[in-house]
Design a protein around this ligand. Structure first.
Ligand SMILES: O=C1C[C@@](O)(C(=O)O)C[C@@H](O)[C@@H]1O
Length: 243
């Protein structure tokens, strides 16, 4: 299994990385949230820029200020409306803000695998030390062929595989976990997987045992259904944590 590293932090065999989102409407508010996350128990910060009121004026300096305020590795994510995010995809704006994020020094970029073909220019300019997290969300179901979908993701020009599914029954959570285990065992890329919603919560707690190397929690606001509060996750793990 390939170990997950984002910026200066790495998952271990016992513990996945913990990431929490910034869900701000303005970049100034994002700086405030980044500062709160700096003081929290999370390892990594995901800036969900699709929550911003507008992306038209997002500058390198704004992104730098957010990175400085958290001092933790930042994953830069525009989750498009097509995959449950807040902003519709625009090729030009996407390329511009992602290039700004690279210049500002983010640790990783989340790029939906459906956009890889449309963002060839961007892909060419991403330096080796910026990780590409290729993501795919199934918001209504758990596809039956998850192992082959994950195997296919391993072949894409991405560094890290991220897959989220919505379980309709408890056995769907098993399918997500066991498929993760099967693919993670031999894959030369780290995997991050989760089942969403209340039913999927166990996958966010025990996913590491199946090969998922990062778990998303809520510190300020949730960015997906079923995220636990960070304090609840640590309590379930039996980790002592004083706020
Ligand atoms: O891809 C993911 C995972 C996620 O959807 C979750 O289910 O926790 C939350 C998103 O913010 C993140 O980009």
């Amino acid at each position: 299994m390939k170990q997950l590293k984002i910026g200066a932090v790495a998952a271990t065999a016992d513990r996945p990385l913990i990431a929490a989102p910034i869900t701000a409407y303005t970049w100034q508010q994002a700086v405030q949230q980044a500062d709160l996350l700096k003081k929290s128990a999370v390892d990594v910060v995901e800036w969900r820029v699709d929550y911003l009121e507008t992306l038209d004026n997002l500058m390198v300096t704004h992104i730098q200020k957010v990175c400085q305020a958290t001092s933790k590795p930042v994953i830069f994510t525009w989750r498009t409306q097509a995959e449950g995010g807040a902003k519709a995809y625009s090729r030009r704006t996407y390329e511009r803000v992602y290039l700004n994020a690279i210049t500002a020094g983010v640790a990783a970029l989340d790029i939906e695998i459906n956009l890889l073909a449309d963002q060839k220019n961007l892909l060419k300019t991403i330096p080796n030390d910026v990780q590409i997290i290729g993501s795919k969300h199934y918001f209504t179901k758990t596809p039956a062929n998850l192992v082959s979908l994950l195997d296919n993701m391993v072949t894409l020009p991405i560094d890290i595989i991220k897959l989220a599914t919505m379980p309709q029954q408890l056995s769907d959570v098993d399918v997500l976990l066991t498929s993760t285990k099967k693919v993670a065992k031999n894959a030369n890329k780290p995997l991050i997987t989760m089942a969403m919603g209340v039913m999927g919560m166990p996958s966010r707690i025990i996913g590491r045992r199946y090969g998922s190397q990062l778990t998303f929690v809520t510190v300020i606001n949730s960015s997906a259904p079923g995220q636990l509060m960070v304090t609840d996750l640590l309590q379930k793990w039996g980790t002592r944590y004083d706020i």
